[in-house]
Design a protein around this ligand. Structure first.
Ligand code: ASP
Length: 326
């Protein structure tokens, strides 16, 4: 029996494709930021080549982007409508064990994805709001303000859009009386942040998969709003056949459980790129959506290119910034 087990493990090791990582910088991230996603993919890959399990490498990839202020996660996460609140969502999933951990609307931590990893070790799946921040403090994550010049500049652009002084308008917000629903602890004075999320999927030397993801939320965001990122099966999914990480309009991603739907395609034997392409094709281009995927021997990624997004991201060059390390 033991010999059989040993032989099976040995053959799995011999047939496993080499380690790889795929990283994205968010559906709204221009390809000129690929130096950032390249670095994050290299970081994840270096860990994998050093023998790190898929999960630890996926976390390292996301931490690299959380620490890069140009991306909307960790330092640089979007400032919400009141001009000062930053609430972040993050999650991670281990394809071998099915373990999942997430935080939502967490405040004042440097790396929300590392707090999500700690949630995975609890009997819970998701901890939110003040509870999440307090959980982080209890486990030694120090107070940290993710505000920086980059997210302040983004907030100014959003302010102009909502005040109507910028001709580029986000349709849904044009029609909605957001002032009437103001829910921030401080009163409405002046208001109003672009969408991105960072994500990483990995395959380790033993052929195991993992996914990790982190965001500051969508462009224009109420206090307490939570998107797809911490929702099981929506923003990320990982299993024995691969891993997927999404980005884009969280509300659409949740309704279609996009990460799990794309993973199901990997399970049916599609390559990672086929799974990405088929997932994107199921949505009209106006839905802001991007994803990266990894399978037993393939990698892939891509993004819808909606007119609304083209109008909003002025330094847009082509599709989102995403990189493969292998
Ligand atoms: N999916 C993220 C959210 O809805 C935002 C993004 O990926 O751009 O919170």
């Amino acid at each position: 029996m033991r010999t059989l087990l040993l032989l099976t493990t040995l053959s799995a090791l011999l047939t496993a494709a080499p380690p790889a990582a795929v990283v994205h910088g968010g559906a709204g991230s221009p390809r000129i930021r690929m130096d950032g996603t390249d670095k994050a993919a290299a970081k994840a890959l270096a860990g994998l080549k050093g023998g790190a399990p898929a999960l630890e490498a996926a976390l390292a990839g996301v931490v690299a982007l959380e620490d890069d202020p140009r991306f909307n996660a960790g330092t640089g996460a979007n400032i919400r409508l009141d001009g000062k609140t930053i609430q972040m969502d993050a999650a991670c999933m281990d394809g071998e064990t099915g373990g999942f951990g997430a935080v939502a609307a967490i405040e004042r931590v440097k790396n929300p994805v590392l707090v999500a990893r700690k949630v995975m070790a609890t009997p819970h799946l998701l901890i939110v709001g003040e509870g999440a921040t307090r959980f982080a403090r209890a486990l030694g994550f120090p107070d940290y303000d993710p505000t920086c010049a980059e997210n302040k500049a983004r907030f100014q652009r959003v302010q102009a859009i909502l005040k109507g002084s910028d001709p580029r308008q986000i349709e849904a917000w044009k029609r909605y009386d957001w002032k009437a629903a103001w829910n921030f602890p401080t009163p409405l004075k002046e208001a109003l942040g672009p969408s991105d999320t960072v994500g990483c999927v990995t395959r380790d030397a033993k052929g195991r998969f993992a996914a990790a993801i982190s965001t500051g939320g969508t462009t224009i965001t109420f206090y307490g709003r939570v998107g797809d990122v911490p929702m099981y099966g929506a923003g990320i999914y990982a299993g024995p056949k691969g891993a997927v990480a999404c980005t884009g309009n969280g509300e659409d991603i949740i309704k279609h459980l996009v990460a799990k739907a794309a993973y199901d395609l990997l399970e049916k034997g599609l390559s990672a790129q086929q799974a990405v392409d088929r997932t994107l094709a199921a949505f009209p281009p106006r839905v802001d959506l991007g994803l990266v995927a990894i399978g037993p021997d393939s990698t892939g990624g891509g993004c819808n290119y909606s007119a609304e997004k083209k109008a909003f991201v002025t330094d847009y060059q082509a599709q989102m910034a995403w990189s493969v390390g292998q």
